[in-house]
Write a protein that binds this ligand. Structure first.
Ligand SMILES: C[S@@+](CC[C@H](N)C(=O)[O-])C[C@H]1O[C@@H](n2cnc3c(N)ncnc32)[C@H](O)[C@@H]1O
Length: 220
């Protein structure tokens, strides 16, 4: 019926969330509490959390690495989709929000599946690689500081097993990537990493226009 993706309106977004998303009480609670906190816009959209959970189930994922915990919505959405022995390693530099996250993970009964690490994401990734975890992860969600996305992508690719998927968030950066006149630093980073991954023959790709844009790269 159309060769283009629909433009999103607030009404259409409400329709999608109200009719196409199932959120557990803990996910809803996390959204409610977070909306009044500084940085609330950093939280992923509910339809994106559900989409990533769906991907994990399709992949039969057991081991996930997340960069950027914030108040724990995406880690929770993913942990709920993993089997009982599944694990999410999530990291953030902010202790305060990582601590807030834990109450929702406990509420959902999945706290035992989530390992929260405090510190720069690059340190966490290097430690995992040093620890012999290369090739042992099924899925990576990159959602921390944008300037480091190129480094995060390379390290995550090392950690993925063949067939594992890396999801990079915010690659459309509020639509600014398509505005040729916009030379904002983060906009440029998003354009560069997207172009680099498009040309990267080590992966298969899909740029999904969900929320702020989710770039999927599947390791061959
Ligand atoms: C977009 S938010 C993550 C949102 C989260 N995935 C969610 O669903 O709510 C980005 C997070 O990255 C964290 N961050 C910033 N720089 C970082 C770094 N160098 N290493 C790890 N985390 C970092 C911030 O503290 C912030 O909580």
């Amino acid at each position: 019926m159309s060769t283009e993706t629909l433009s999103m309106t607030p009404a259409l977004h409400d329709y999608i969330v109200n009719n196409g998303v199932r959120e557990t009480p803990a996910l809803k609670h996390c959204r409610q509490v977070t909306k009044d906190l500084p940085g609330a816009v950093m939280q992923i959209a509910p339809e994106q959390g559900q989409f990533m959970a769906f991907l994990l189930q399709m992949l039969g994922a057991r081991r996930v690495i997340e960069l950027g915990t914030y108040t724990g919505y995406s880690a929770l959405a993913m942990a709920q989709a993993l089997p009982a022995d599944g694990r999410v390693v999530t990291c953030d530099v902010t202790a305060e929000t990582s601590n807030i996250a834990k109450q929702f993970w406990e509420q959902a009964g999945v706290a035992h599946k989530i390992e929260s690490r405090l510190g720069p994401a690059l340190d966490t990734l290097n430690a995992l690689i040093k620890d012999g975890q290369a090739g042992h992860f099924d899925f990576a969600f990159i959602d921390a500081d944008k300037a480091n996305y190129p480094h995060y992508y390379e390290k995550c690719l090392t950690l993925m097993r063949p067939g594992g998927v890396i999801a990079l968030d915010n690659v459309l950066w509020d639509g600014t990537v398509a505005d040729k006149g916009n030379t904002d630093k983060t906009t440029e980073v998003m354009r560069q990493i997207t172009r680099a991954i498009q040309a990267d023959t080590r992966v298969q790709i899909s740029l999904v226009p969900i929320a702020d844009g989710l770039l999927l790269a599947r390791k061959r």
